[in-house]
Design a protein around this ligand. Structure first.
Ligand code: TMP
Length: 181
């Protein structure tokens, strides 16, 4: 079983993905990874290097193919991943063709379940402290809209975390995931 969490920065997906992995005793992992490509991506996101959107999209795909080796090893136990292919479709999809993104990601393991956490943008912004280039209000709004559009086409489990505390959100996620297991 492979479960991916998606959502804008500050949606609580790291906390929630960790809680779910702990509860199910699944392997928890994340993208961008801590591998060679993942580290390069993080430096780009911090503004250290400037690259073309297509270059960044290719780097995310390269990081994912390397990550797939780790995911594949843990599939039997179960994997929960904080961000995956739909992050590329939501973020890079703003200025790179969806078809191009899908093409360069062809062959990756697809998640069995994708959980999208949505949140009021002001709440998300309050939670964010870093200087990531993707953490601007208009940008987060656009990404959340894009995620919601993707959720219809790709059948995500969508959970609004706006008026819920961490435990309430976790309970709702667990209930919905258990119904799919
Ligand atoms: P994080 O804040 O969840 O660690 O993710 C770092 C940033 O990476 C976040 O702003 C979203 C971005 N990202 C993409 O743009 N495309 C991708 O494919 C992935 C995995 C992440």
């Amino acid at each position: 079983m492979f479960i991916a969490f998606e959502g804008i920065d500050g949606s609580g997906k790291t906390t929630q993905s960790k809680l779910l992995a702990k509860k199910l005793n699944y392997f928890w992992t994340y993208e961008p990874t801590d591998g060679i490509v993942g580290n390069l991506i993080r430096q780009i996101l911090k503004g250290k290097y400037k690259v073309d959107s297509k270059t960044l999209t290719l780097l995310f795909a390269a990081d994912r193919f390397e990550h797939n080796k780790i995911i594949r090893k843990n599939l039997k136990r179960g994997v929960v991943c904080d961000r995956y292919i739909f992050s590329s479709l939501a973020y890079q999809g703003l200025d790179v063709d969806e078809e191009y993104i899908l093409n360069i990601n062809k062959g990756i393991i697809m998640p069995d379940i994708t959980i999208l956490l949505v949140v009021d943008i002001d709440i998300a912004l309050k939670r964010l402290k870093s200087s990531d280039i993707f953490e601007k209000r208009d940008f987060l709004e656009k990404i959340q809209k894009k995620y919601l559009e993707l959720s219809k086409r790709y059948n995500f489990i969508v959970i609004d975390t706006t008026d819920k505390d961490v435990y309430e959100t976790h309970k709702e996620i667990l209930k919905k995931v258990k119904a799919c297991l």
